[in-house]
Design a protein around this ligand. Sequence first.
Ligand code: ADP
Length: 255
Amino acid sequence: MNNILKVEKIEKYYGNKESVTKAIDNISFNVDKGEFVGIMGPSGSGKTTLLNCISTIDTVTTGDIIINNNNITKLKSKKLEEFRRNELGFIFQDFNLLDTLTARENIALALTIQGRKPSEINGLIDKVASNLDITGVLNKYPYQMSGGQKQRVASARAIVTNPSLILADEPTGALDSKSSRLLLECFEKLNEDLQATILMVTHDAFTASYAHRILFIKDGKVFNELIRGSDSRKEFFKRIIEVVTLLGGDSNDVF
Ligand code: ADP
């Protein structure tokens, strides 16, 4: 097995002796290279905390997180910054693009920070832009783009550095259904054509149905796991809804 991510017995507590919240209560799982994994769970179940710990934004109380053979719980701040820059790609709900830069410049920034040669930067951007169907907006500023285009530019920025792992936090949260579908089809393409490994947190069953495997989190624990296998996306969607309903959610999508 070629594990890109190993989460081993992690726990995360907030608060002090008088009042402790166990946001993560002994979670372990692995993600293989080229997998597309979704994380679902009700509000307050620990999804954001889990993603923040994996993305090195937050630290675990106990346990280990190993990404591409690096135990990130042991890295010190300078090494951690370098690690984040080289090994991780981030896609946020609100895009996080810089308003004063064009799409091309926003994507280029990720490569410039890595110290890539100016001569190779444009070629890398053009290739990923074609994959994500954003070639036509590369010279536009964020205010000149639709939400869907902005999120595909943000996705290009996340993938262009060829990271070990892409972390997406509610990536369709601010998009209408047509833009969501387009974005998720792009994720599928990045996953299939470029073997991108994607870990995506979402509360939306439609969005989750594009993943190959879903971990359901409840009260800081892994409550269930669904594997898509040979199911079509629609069949997988139905199975997801069943678990969401079991977990006490609304079958329209959300928890
Ligand atoms: P989710 O993303 O699934 O909604 P979170 O990871 O945000 O869940 O939260 C999990 C639990 O940890 C919740 O009970 C939440 O109130 C608590 N929590 C999250 N962040 C903090 C914090 N900074 N301080 C104290 N408690 C927190």
